[in-house]
Design a protein around this ligand. Structure first.
Ligand code: ADP
Ligand code: MG
Length: 283
């Protein structure tokens, strides 16, 4: 068989595996406003175990807001959010019906204990690293593990060294963030997010603050995680990276998912004019 046919076959096989996989995260019809401004306007999305989803789209389209809602940094106004079988927020159907489409709050969040359980299901890596500047690299990773996830100190340290090794940064364990390059900082942030063994990892433009030569190191780390079937949602402007790494590409603009599909579908033959216009700014 030709290489092309083989590639096609293996892609289909991986799609089949994903079809049968359980959903790690699911949102239905999510709305979010800032003041009177609607920012998310009815987003539905399900991410399967082992799936890698890339979200692309113009600035201001609501990508960061979506990730912030998914990671409980912002509350949604309407819609449903679940992690595995943990329901984080659900739409109160009776309230929704009474209020119609007035945009009022109808999502009801689960009690605090349930939310903290849900929080252990995901990790988030920001554009700006968000490391604790006064703590060593090692403590940046172990501190949240010990304080938030109640992992015993020795075990936390062992896990941190393991992950730093994987990131090629074991020799930087005692450094403080300001002694690291941007690419190294971002790899520490990734190690920190992985340390709590999340079932899904979110990235918000993880390389946008980096020089091109440092970008490669970070993208390679994410590519390795994809090969290990880590479930990930990655907001990125790196189109060729998105094409290589993602099982599915989502194009978001104006607070909605405009279109989604395989990289081949969305990047090579977009159906929507808005997607075409956005992609043309890259070539
Ligand atoms: P993206 O990440 O796709 O660039 P954002 O989610 O950051 O888009 O922003 C979507 C819209 O929401 C923008 O119009 C932005 O100005 C607005 N927005 C984002 N965060 C806030 C906030 N905290 N308060 C008010 N408006 C916000
Ligand atoms: Mg953003």
């Amino acid at each position: 068989a030709s290489q092309e046919a083989l590639d096609g076959a293996s892609q289909e096989a991986s799609q089949d595996v994903l079809d049968g996989a359980p959903a790690v995260m699911c949102i239905r019809d999510v709305y979010k406003n800032f003041g009177a401004t609607p920012v998310l306007k009815g987003i539905s999305l399900e991410v399967k175990k082992g799936e890698v989803v890339a979200i692309i789209g113009p600035s201001g389209g609501g990508k960061s807001t979506l990730l912030r809602c998914l990671t409980l940094l912002e509350n949604i106004e309407r819609g449903t959010l679940t992690y595995g079988d943990v329901c984080v927020a659900h739409d109160d159907a009776r309230t929704a019906e009474k209020l119609g489409s007035s945009g009022a709050i109808t999502s009801v969040y689960a009690p605090k204990e349930v939310l903290s359980k849900a929080r252990s299901a995901f990790g988030l890596v920001f554009q700006q690293f968000n490391l604790f500047p006064h703590m060593s690299v090692l403590r940046n990773i172990t501190d949240p593990l010990i304080r938030v996830d109640h992992v015993p100190a020795e075990q936390a340290k062992q896990r941190a060294y393991e992950l730093l090794g994987k990131m090629g940064l074991a020799h930087k364990a005692d450094a403080v963030p300001c002694e690291l390059s941007g690419g190294q900082k971002q790899r520490v942030a990734i190690a920190r997010a992985l340390a709590k063994k999340p079932s899904i990892l979110y990235f918000d433009e993880p390389t946008s603050a980096l020089d091109p030569e440092l970008t490669r190191d970070v993208l390679n780390v994410i590519q390795d995680l994809a090969r290990e079937h880590m479930t990930m949602v990655i907001v990125t402007h790196e189109m060729s990276f998105a094409r290589d790494v993602a099982d599915r590409i989502i194009f978001m603009d104006g607070g909605v998912i405009v279109e989604q599909g395989s990289a081949h579908q969305v990047i090579d033959s977009p159906r929507e004019e808005r997607t075409r216009a956005f992609l043309s700014t890259f070539s």
